[in-house]
Design a protein around this ligand. Structure first.
Ligand SMILES: Cc1cc2nc3c(=O)[nH]c(=O)nc-3n(C[C@H](O)[C@H](O)[C@H](O)COP(=O)(O)O)c2cc1C
Length: 307
């Protein structure tokens, strides 16, 4: 159909695809390269802040490393982020490195569709401001999309004290490999951020992909606390050690103690120890990846299951 042919030239790909992936994702690997060294950081890097766009890892990869994402099945490079060392973070004996993203490029689309799609997406971002776009320039959003080439799992984070309870979605989360730490990057405007800094306890529920609608509905709780656990559109049950309500149908529940938190630009970067880890149940978890990654996989007849 002529419409299928013309569509990519007039309409940009969606920035994000919400997909169902059985964790842990292994479809894309991430490697840090610097001064003749290469280290696999698939489970040892995370987005630590959106403005400035920053990546944290437990690997000290020198001043200007490159983070490379590759399709694990074919070995093809999918994208690169060129990094510049910003700071070192020392926490309870573990050392982490924080890098600013200096530039990036992806290889998911061929020329000339790649620059043309970027141009269409950037034009749309300028025309339709959203919370992301208020915070970040279009070029930084393009770099953020590259950081999501390793599909990022979505969790629901629960917080509970005598005077405050809440549950909201996060995907700027993940383990930092050898350091043994688990990180959460939360916008400093989040209504529970100060409570988390005080009580130092949170519970993560890994949500099944089928819960997408409920998860997105809960993004309102980044701004407004929850008033009643019973009002949630799904059942919850107390976590094992902290007794904080977690999603009953979660694929996995982890209780985290916050050992440190640092303000890194727009976000508070929480560093945690995993206190308990309820064994995972098999199932597909909600993940995010960029639309150009899904287009790459579709062209190769191996699309992610889109939700
Ligand atoms: C699935 C999902 C994941 C999210 N993950 C994060 C996160 O990791 N960190 C964060 O600060 N906000 C996260 N958010 C919140 C939004 O990006 C946004 O900050 C929030 O809705 C508040 O809007 P604001 O930017 O107008 O303050 C997430 C929202 C959704 C729906």
């Amino acid at each position: 159909m002529w419409k299928d042919w013309i569509r990519p030239w007039v309409r940009p790909l969606p920035q994000w695809s919400t997909i169902a992936v059985a964790p842990p994702q292994r479809v894309v690997s991430a490697t840090l390269h610097w001064d003749g060294h290469s280290v696999d950081v698939t489970t040892d890097h995370t987005v630590a802040s959106l403005k400035p766009l920053s990546i944290a890892t437990s690997i000290d990869a020198g001043q200007r490393p490159t983070l490379e994402y590759r399709d694990s099945a074919t070995g093809r490079p999918l994208g690169f982020l060129h990094l510049a060392k910003a700071a070192g973070v020392a926490t309870n004996g573990a050392a982490l490195a924080v890098y600013h993203v200096a530039s990036g490029e992806h290889r998911c689309l061929d020329w000339p569709r790649r620059p043309w799609n970027t141009w269409l997406q950037n034009r749309l971002m300028r025309k339709t401001p959203s919370s992301h776009h208020g915070l970040m320039q279009p070029a930084a959003v393009q770099q953020l999309m590259i950081a999501y080439l390793c599909p990022r799992p979505v969790v629901l984070v629960s917080v509970a004290t005598a005077g405050h309870c809440n549950i909201f979605p996060m995907d700027l989360i993940g383990p930092l490999g050898a350091s043994g730490l688990y990180s959460l990057a939360l916008r400093s405007t989040n209504v529970s951020a100060h409570v988390m800094r005080e009580v130092r306890q949170v519970v993560l529920s890994n949500v099944p992909a089928t819960m997408k609608a409920q998860v997105y509905q809960l993004s309102q709780h980044h701004k407004t606390p929850l008033t009643d656990w019973a009002a949630l559109p799904f059942p919850v049950r107390p976590s094992k050690a902290f007794g904080i309500p977690a999603v009953s149908d979660a694929l996995r529940i982890q209780e985290l103690t916050i050992v440190d938190s640092q303000e890194l630009g727009s976000h508070i970067f929480f560093l945690c120890h995993v206190e308990t880890d309820q064994p995972a149940v098999d199932g597909a978890q909600l993940h995010h990846t960029p639309g150009f990654h899904q287009a790459y996989r579709r062209r190769r007849h191996m699309p992610f299951t889109e939700i």
